[in-house]
Design a protein around this ligand. Sequence first.
Ligand code: GRF
Length: 203
Amino acid sequence: MKNNRIAVMASGKGSNLQVILDEINRGVCPAQVELVICNKADAGAITIAKNAGVPHVKFLNPKDYDNREMFDEACADMIGEASCDWIVLAGYMRILSVAFIQRFPNKIINIHPSILPAFVGGDAVGDALKHGVKVAGCTVHLVSEDLDSGPILAQATVPVLDNDDWDSLHQRIQLEEHKLYPSTIKRLILNGFKLKDRVAIWN
Ligand code: GRF
């Protein structure tokens, strides 16, 4: 199959990577994870990728690079060598350099734990709780040069309950993330989209 090779970039526990791999194994998601890149040596995503037999699993230490651009260039070169069609950010906690984003136009996707454009940034769940919203959720979007602001591909909502704390709300959001991310990747591969200004329209 064409258009289905993906690189996943992750920094954390890797539950989104896990469900993507699970849905691929079940034959539901037609992607092929060729490469996983982590910027944290102890990221759960590394173990998950190795256990699943991902062909290339790389830890790159940002301290080994003079600056963000050089680190990102090393990642981009690996992605290029692995001939990946899509770059999937799954809890990747680094801001990407402009050069990296421009090298893969409209090919990088991210999942963010809010209904964008509400609550961009590093603590969307905490910010939603502080603001007192009654509905929260998650968004899959294209990565553009402005943080968490690229065209929206898919969203799912969850209720916010009066007794929620960060963990309970994040857990409820993640249940939706785990359905939304693999299903959106499937649509990217099988259908694709057009952009009309910043509006993504599924084929
Ligand atoms: C998710 O909540 C995602 O929305 C955010 O980072 C978290 C990653 O979780 N971008 P995991 O590492 O996939 O479990």
